[in-house]
Design a protein around this ligand. Structure first.
Ligand SMILES: [Zn+2]
Ligand SMILES: [Zn+2]
Length: 481
């Protein structure tokens, strides 16, 4: 039986998949509160005969759904968390509040369902071919601000996999060859003494002053750190709203990012010293607590090539005139001209032919093509962070993006939420599921592929060590900081 047969079966089930994705879009639950979204997916897997474990790895909204037994073990990663306050109506071409407070501004309603499509197809494949092995869908909560996968990893997930595959909604069909930044999210607390700010200021010690001095000190640190590092902060407690009180308690949360966790750790120690300095200057006391960490992404080229082969083997969905019009209208609302964004990708493309290929599409408002894969390309310039990074330190891992949105659509934008139930988003989610499924089926069938991916992984990990989330950190919603 051909791989294509198992993929074709998914077409007849497309309506059911789209309904799941739309339902999760409507729930729009954020960071570790994804109770209903997780249940929607868990219920589907239970009905399909997967063995489902809810609340796995000590996280109530994390789950696994597995089918089959023994080796090889192939993991598919699914996400379903939304972003805070991103309320938006679907399918309107302007920023317009919707019924939900939060919104799927990163497209994780699609992400979770695309990987579910793949798991369903692989289950049929294992059942009908009788091949040995286990497919495991990881229901991963809190990708945004919670690094759910890093906490799952700390509790033992992923390390027994032969490979992990995933995808992310986006504007281009391409392999994610770029790395991402490792980071630490840490909260600093300052404790001072309250006093009347006019009557007895000499008796007060201001925790808010300490926060301000810490931020100033960090500004000076920025000149003396590696270019690729980033340090951001948000003041989470200013000590109150009364200017006539010396603020006794204040806090600030820092995100420290760099290409590798060892570099983040070094900066983290320097930031701690700055906090101590700010406390000394203000006569306050400082302490801190790590909220979460996440590792940089190490892509596996053997798996990248496998995903690219899937892209090339499977025809793109039909995009009709109405879809094109829909995409063009969204594209027109984007803050940066799509042609400039694509041109900057094309300019960085190492092979001349790849760059020329992309430049032929500068005027498109929907990218209905597969970006050529360049074997020599390993872009280390990724500036974001993803908790898929932690998975990639534990087993061979690769991911791709699929064009679910109009050209120029920025991440975490109202345009993403608005397009999240559209015909294009649906069709491309089904397509992404098929790409993952084909790659996973080949991994079950071809031992040599698994061995090559493992060999590359082992080589990549030589001299490196994984930094799990420190024991004191607990999975928690950012709102509870
Ligand atoms: Zn995001
Ligand atoms: Zn995302």
């Amino acid at each position: 039986m051909d791989y294509a047969d198992f993929l074709k079966n998914q077409d007849s089930r497309a309506g059911g998949y789209y309904a799941l994705s739309d339902l999760i879009w409507e729930k729009a639950e954020i960071c570790y509160t994804e109770v209903e979204s997780a249940r929607i997916l868990e219920d589907w897997f239970s009905k399909e005969g997967f063995s489902v474990t809810p609340g796995v790895y000590g996280i109530p909204t994390a789950f696994t759904a597995q089918y089959g037994s023994g080796s090889p073990r192939i993991g598919l990663l699914g996400e379903f968390d939304a972003l805070s306050s991103m309320t938006q109506e679907a399918d309107v071409f302007e920023k317009k509040p919707g019924a939900q407070v939060n919104g799927h501004g990163c497209g994780h309603n699609l992400l979770g369902v695309g990987s579910l499509v793949a798991a369903g197809a692989v289950k049929e494949f294992l059942a009908q071919t009788g091949k040995p092995g286990t497919v495991i869908y990881y229901g991963c909560p809190a990708e945004e601000n919670g690094s759910g996968k890093a906490f799952m990893a700390r509790a033992g997930a992923f390390k027994d996999l032969d490979a992990a595959l995933t995808w992310h909604p986006g504007t281009l069909n391409r392999i994610a060859t770029e790395s991402s930044l490792a980071n630490i999210l840490v909260k600093f607390y300052f404790h001072g003494i309250s006093s009347h700010a006019a009557g007895s200021p000499e008796l007060g010690r201001s925790a808010l002053d300490a926060v301000e001095l810490m931020n100033v000190g960090t500004n000076y640190l920025r000149e003396h750190m590696i270019d690729e590092a980033r340090i951001h902060y948000a003041v989470t407690n200013t000590g109150g709203v009364s200017p006539n009180v010396v603020q006794a308690e204040a806090s600030v949360v820092y995100m420290i990012r760099a290409p590798e966790m060892a570099q983040v750790q070094e900066l983290y120690q320097r930031v701690i010293r700055i906090a101590e300095g700010a406390a000394l200057m203000t006569g306050t006391a400082a302490d801190h607590r790590i909220i979460k960490t996440c590792s940089n992404f190490l892509s596996n080229r053997v798996l990248e090539e496998l995903l690219q082969e899937s892209f090339e083997a499977l025809p793109l969905p039909d995009i009709n005139a109405a879809d094109r019009e829909y995409a063009a209208r969204f594209s027109a609302t984007c803050p940066q001209a799509p042609s400039l964004i694509l041109k900057s990708i094309a300019d960085k493309y190492p092979s001349r032919s790849g760059g020329i290929f992309l430049k032929n599409h500068l005027e498109d408002t929907f990218y209905n093509f597969i970006v050529p894969y360049d074997k020599d390309r390993l872009d280390k310039s990724g500036k974001g962070s993803t908790d898929v990074g932690d998975v990639s330190w534990l087993c061979p891992t690769a991911q791709f993006s699929a064009a679910t949105w109009a050209a120029g659509t920025p991440g975490h934008s109202w345009q993403v939420v608005a397009q999240g139930k559209g015909r294009i988003a649906h069709a491309m989610t089904l397509y992404a599921g098929k790409i993952l499924a084909r790659a996973a089926m080949r991994l079950f069938s071809e031992e040599a592929l698994r061995a090559a991916a493992r060999e590359e992984f082992t080589e990549q990990m030589r001299g490196r060590c994984y930094f799990p989330v420190p024991a004191e950190a607990k999975p928690e919603a950012i709102t509870a900081l």
